[in-house]
Design a protein around this ligand. Sequence first.
Ligand SMILES: CC/C=C\C/C=C/C(=O)SCCNC(=O)CCNC(=O)[C@H](O)C(C)(C)COP(=O)(O)OP(=O)(O)OC[C@H]1O[C@@H](n2cnc3c(N)ncnc32)[C@H](O)[C@@H]1OP(=O)(O)O
Length: 719
Amino acid sequence: MAEYNRVSECVGLITLRNPPVNALSAAVRQGIVDTVQRALSDPNVKSVVICGQNGIFCGGADIKEFRSNMTGPPLIPMIHAIESANKPVVAAIEGSALGGGLELALGCHYRIAHSKARLGLPEVSLGLLPAAGGSQRLPRLIGVPAALNLITTGRHVTAAEALQLGIVDQVTDHNTVAAAVKFALSVAGRSLDPRRISTHPCPQQPDLDALFEEVMQKVRQSARGAIAPIACVQAVRAAATLPYAQGMERERELMATLFTSGQARALQYCFFAERAVGRWRMPSGARWDTSKPRPVHKAAVIGLGTMGRGITVALAQTGLSVIAVETQEKQLMEAKQAISGMLERGAKGRGVAPALDGVIYSQNIQAVADVDLVIEAVFEDIALKTKVFQQLSAVCKPGTLLCTNTSALDVDQLASETPNPELVVGMHFFAPAHVMKLLEVVYGPRSSPQAVATAMQLGKKMGKASVAVGNCRGFVGNRMLKPYIEEAFFLLEEGATPELVDQALEEFGFPMGVFRMSDLSGLDVGWRVRKGDGLVEPGTASGRSARIRQGRRYSPLGDLLCEEGRFGQKTGRGWYQYDKPGSRVARFDPWLHSFLGAYRAQHGLVARRIDHQEVLERCLYALINEGFHILDDGIAAGPEDIDVIYVSGYGWPRHRGGPMFYANMVGLAKVLERLEHYQQLHPEVPHLQPSSLLRRLVASGSPPIHKWGEAIKKLHSQL
Ligand SMILES: CC/C=C\C/C=C/C(=O)SCCNC(=O)CCNC(=O)[C@H](O)C(C)(C)COP(=O)(O)OP(=O)(O)OC[C@H]1O[C@@H](n2cnc3c(N)ncnc32)[C@H](O)[C@@H]1OP(=O)(O)O
């Protein structure tokens, strides 16, 4: 919908009305077409202003419409009609002008923005390109290099940067609509030809071919298989080399391919999934909209190792006052220096003052007496954490929320050691905690809805993709990672190499394959866990029985590497070799390959040829299968929760939508069939046994992913 008013006697004011972001739905497009026509045909109107209601200009095309039959007037002729108008049309940009919203503004003759507004063409992040003329108009307005940067990254720019680039004509700190109306009056009657961007050539650019070649190479490298960034470069190239009409034809062709692609579906699914996980719910029936978070003004972090430092920075950057506690003086001093450095670097990047005064350092746990929330980040040891929780329960004011940063420990056990288990939740941060997007908020059976709501809200404030998950070993992310890593080990035993496995996974789109990732995080981490589980035995035994532990197939390869002191990058040796400890470039290691040969000989294993397809099926389907177990157990509320966790914290390629979305795309019946196939070949591997939920979903006709929730409920009620 678009509302029309005449203001200041001779300015037609068009207001887009489609909460919450004034997306360009069919009704809004129709409204714009009608009101523009009305303004242009009214002889009393000398100029026109277009704005959006509720302080937001326009969030772009209505993404929900993309999966239905599009009706209503198309965007391109609508924008063209505005640009060809014989009266000046001014866009009054508050809040956001994104995607089709900015394309609409580029069709206007002038653009006035509020200083807090953000502008951008983020279509690439939805697997698309700015196909309402944006890929053709923006390079003509701001030049090819700047347009390439904005269109291929989808980044949003501030009003100040937009002014500097020449996207907007004026920035105001005051009422944007009033400024735009005043501006519209001042330009009434002026020639509009120079203001019609589509009629301009692109600004001259020396050595265009070399520029495009360089950009294309960079984009291919960072895209990791995503096709939209490449199409964006091709569309801008058309703008730079073809007349406008032909450029528009190229834009249309490229968009036609992207629009129906699986990648666009995956990326748009991620967009909505990220928003859906904020609407969390617990098996008890508690939900986001019925649970009120507690106000948090002051927080504390206990333990200032790598995780505690990152968490302190993340909290301080939200403007909270933070008490950072470390009992050892030397470590406290080192942490203070490191945290100050991180705050300073972060503030520099964001052009703000560092929140150094927001952090108070203390060696004494008593200092946290009056905080609203504590995040304990001491060493991953249940006895130590229990002790800290007992101290905190004695020291903190009544009602203080006690959060534990743990990647695998039992949150409920910890809660049961405190007098108020309802105040305890897990907050599983990922290293480095001030950088990584993901936060798993872990609730136990006794966590109160208010405690979960508070942790979720705090996560959002810290800019995290926060996902509420149930309490189980490894929660969601690490629990699914276990079968994935185990399959990779088994593949090595059977004849694969770390290079082959990593290459298959990296070609799939992971930034790092499983072995390069393990080298980065440290092989000793898993070793310690396996030792704790009683799985590690001396490596001298041979044969099949030496590779069966606790009744299931077990590969001791990781343990054997650790026994050699090969902990990964930090020791300069792991699954690969590195120039020196801490170096990041992984190189082929002849030692590792002869070690694998000797290991296979010792255990009577005959190496066979393994292809990329087997690597992907075994590693990914084992991980996905665990995802189905997690859904069946009610640990994750829906497939979106799992997918957001994997895309934002585990490097799953976003253009493949997350593991559960991927399973849906591949076809549940196919995933089931391949799991059954591998399970027959490896009966001693329980994680290849298809989950009963997967079987039940296939038996009920493999409903599409957005219907899994209903299907799971129905299937559970039939049990
Ligand atoms: C045929 C096509 C031809 C031409 C090409 C044009 C293509 C496009 O324009 S594609 C769309 C490009 N626009 C975007 O990618 C912007 C997406 N939106 C955002 O980035 C943000 O929503 C925002 C910055 C505009 C506002 O952020 P915030 O205030 O944090 O709100 P939320 O993100 O939580 O969003 C609130 C609510 O609105 C829904 N929503 C947002 N944008 C759209 C949209 N473009 N279409 C449909 N719905 C949108 C969002 O999903 C939230 O609702 P739910 O919580 O119910 O999911």
